[in-house]
Design a protein around this ligand. Structure first.
Ligand SMILES: [Zn+2]
Length: 233
């Protein structure tokens, strides 16, 4: 892929990700609560959803979020090229970062955002495949979504599985895009999250930043795993 497309995508990703902290801060609330209307740290009013940089003037600049946005979109552009797939995945990546930040903060993946992620991928990719005369990819994506959702549902229902239904729904939604890319991508996307979360949990335990009973978000690993699967297969 051309360097200029990759650099443009990374700049888009970094700039867009700067707008993630405000909605993430407002939406990172316990299930059933309304979005936050005041800052959790200083109680200042958060009247709008749009703010570049820190969620509130009292917070630090979101350096990691911006870097994650640039890396994710740069990797997508470098590996998928300026095709329909890239046009669909660039904005979707920002939704993914928003979901990951919320999950890291409050161990939740809001249904509305997961549904939006699904619509934003399934509709344009399906239309594109049908127009390109390759509807089989849509069927493969649907089957992959079902398989991925079913596998994660079984794990979630196991005692001590440690998964929430939000993880199951996200796995199903990501399964569509992985299956759309190919079966290898689906397998990689199913395995990678555990290769990411396993060592991460071990490091947190060893550095005593988490205990055996600390809840561990799976959403960021699911999203990172899907990104790696799409990039590497
Ligand atoms: Zn504040």
């Amino acid at each position: 892929m051309s360097l200029s497309v990759t650099v443009c995508a990374a700049v888009f990703g970094g700039a867009s990700a700067a707008f993630v902290p405000r909605p993430a801060h407002r939406l990172a609330v316990p299930r059933g609560d309304h979005p936050r209307s005041t800052c959790a740290a200083c109680a200042a009013a958060l009247t709008t959803w749009v703010r570049a940089g820190a969620p509130c003037p009292c917070a630090r600049p979101p350096v990691w979020t911006v870097m994650a946005g640039a890396v994710v979109t740069g990797v997508l552009a470098a590996t998928t090229g300026p095709a329909l797939m890239l046009l669909v995945l660039l904005p979707v990546a920002m939704l993914g970062i928003l979901l990951a930040v919320i999950d890291l903060r409050c161990l939740r993946l809001p249904d509305a955002l997961v549904a939006l992620l699904g619509v934003a991928t399934v509709v344009p990719l399906s239309l594109g495949a049908v127009v390109a005369g390759d509807p089989g990819r849509v069927g493969r994506g649907m089957l992959a979504a079902l398989l991925s959702g079913a596998i994660y549902l079984v794990v979630a229902l196991l005692p001590g599985g440690g998964l929430g239904l939000g993880d199951v729904k996200l796995a199903a939604v990501l399964g569509f895009t992985l299956g759309f890319v190919g079966w290898e991508a689906l397998v990689a996307g199913l395995v990678a999250p555990h290769l990411i979360n396993g060592p991460a949990a071990l490091i947190l335990l060893l550095t005593r930043r988490a205990g055996r009973r600390t809840g561990m978000p799976l959403g960021p690993a699911l999203l990172t795993g899907a990104l790696l699967a799409i990039a590497l297969t």
